[in-house]
Write a protein that binds this ligand. Structure first.
Ligand code: FES
Ligand SMILES: [Fe+2]
Length: 396
């Protein structure tokens, strides 16, 4: 994010802080609860969003050097992402061309070649089939025809994108939709990978995204936790095609700069804000003082009431240097301890009651207020992706 944009956002937050106003949609809308319960909808989503749409899989620092890899089944397809000897990022189906075993177990590491654990066919990290165990048993195999299946993959501004199905390549504009400048700035300096977790939740994957989509709830649900750090019911909201950006204000910092009448041009942007990006279709990316969080929400294969959140944390480079100066490679306390006290114990717990109410048939619709513009946007971009009409105004 460039300096003029930062100044504009800080001015908007300052005005809202003083006047107790916030970004607003034009109308409250209603959303059918079946968005969270319908198995047919789940099948459409799996096909459209998790097969045919490019997904943010992580940051460039997940593959920190040449000949590193990440294998993951999180999208529902077995994926193998590699950085080859020349530093090029690639993605493949992690499926052996002999009889389909996964050639790399889920995880991350360093390898130039992968030997299938089933019968030892050997593949390079650029996807070529290098060697066949007891090759004479297969007759005259043309090895060039049996390389790993390569997927469209893009590395841009420190981010790794993959479409989990074969087909034409996508572009940076397709996935970042006007956010290139933001990430060029945020990730210009590498944010090293720090740690990862998977949160299993009894909520639809979109409900998991929704918990990050407004701060109207901060002073209520998080009255004893996050409300101490972030000003409630105050946010900016900007859309970038299918993506969106919300910015929240740090409570202590905003009090300080206003009480002391510090001119906005001197406010240290990253120290006084929490930046929340929605990256279509399933990612929440947070940028704060400590680093970057990438949260990828995935549906369960069969049950619309279950999801998994894959969460990775990347350290702000200055923090990594401080930690190393203290003689360590990792922060003393895991990022996830405090994070989960808020997100798992409060947000996802509240969302479970929403999911249960949806399943009970207690009501047909939810309402997204004017002060929840991001939720309106997520749900409408998802609906648009599925060829559905936009959400209707609540009062008509
Ligand atoms: S399935 Fe991979 S070598 Fe047989
Ligand atoms: Fe929350």
């Amino acid at each position: 994010m460039d300096k003029p944009t930062q100044q504009k956002i800080l001015a908007q937050l300052s005005e809202g802080f003083i006047n107790k106003t916030s970004a607003s949609a034009s109308a409250a809308v209603k959303a059918p609860v079946t968005e969270f319960t319908c198995t047919e909808r789940l099948e459409q989503e799996k096909r459209t969003f998790f097969r045919e749409t490019p997904l943010l899989m992580g940051l460039s620092t997940d593959l920190p050097d040449t000949d590193t890899y990440v294998a993951t089944n999180e999208t529902g397809q077995p994926l193998l992402m590699t950085r080859d000897a020349h530093g090029r990022f690639r993605a493949f189906l992690n499926v052996c061309r002999h009889r389909g075993a996964q050639i790399a177990a889920p995880g991350r590491g360093r390898k130039r070649r992968f030997t299938c654990p089933f019968h030892a066919w050997n593949f390079s990290n650029t996807g070529e089939l290098i060697a066949i165990n007891r090759e004479s048993s297969f007759g005259c195999v043309e090895k060039d025809d049996f390389g790993l299946t390569e997927l469209p993959a893009l590395e841009a501004h420190g981010m790794l994108w993959v479409r989990p199905s074969t087909g034409p390549m996508f572009t940076e504009a397709d996935v970042l939709g006007g956010l290139s400048e933001d990430f060029r700035n945020w990730l210009e300096q590498e944010h090293p990978f720090s740690e990862e977790q998977v949160i299993d939740a009894n909520i639809n994957w979109k409900l998991a995204i929704d918990t990050f989509g407004e701060n109207y709830h901060f002073d209520v649900l998080h009255s004893a936790s996050l409300a101490n750090d972030i000003v409630g019911n105050l946010q900016t909201w900007d859309t970038f095609e299918r993506n969106g950006r919300m910015v929240f204000a740090g409570k202590e910092a905003f009090r300080y700069v206003h009480e002391n009448k510090v001119p906005i041009e001197y406010w240290p942007y990253r120290e006084v804000t929490l930046n929340v990006y929605f990256l279509y279709p399933n990612c929440i990316l947070l940028v704060d003082n400590a680093g970057v969080d990438v949260l990828k929400m995935y549906p369960d294969a069969d049950n619309p009431a279950k999801s998994k959140t894959y969460h990775s944390h990347y350290l702000r480079p200055e923090h990594k240097e401080q930690i190393q100066l203290q003689g360590s490679e990792h922060p003393k306390e895991s990022r996830f301890e405090g994070f989960n006290r808020v997100v798992v114990d409060e947000d996802y717990a509240a969302a479970e009651t929403v999911q249960a109410a949806a399943a009970s048939g207690a009501q047909e619709h939810y309402i997204f207020g004017k002060n929840e513009p991001a939720l309106q946007h997520y749900h409408n971009t998802h609906r648009q992706g599925l060829g559905l009409t936009p959400l209707q105004a609540y009062l008509e």
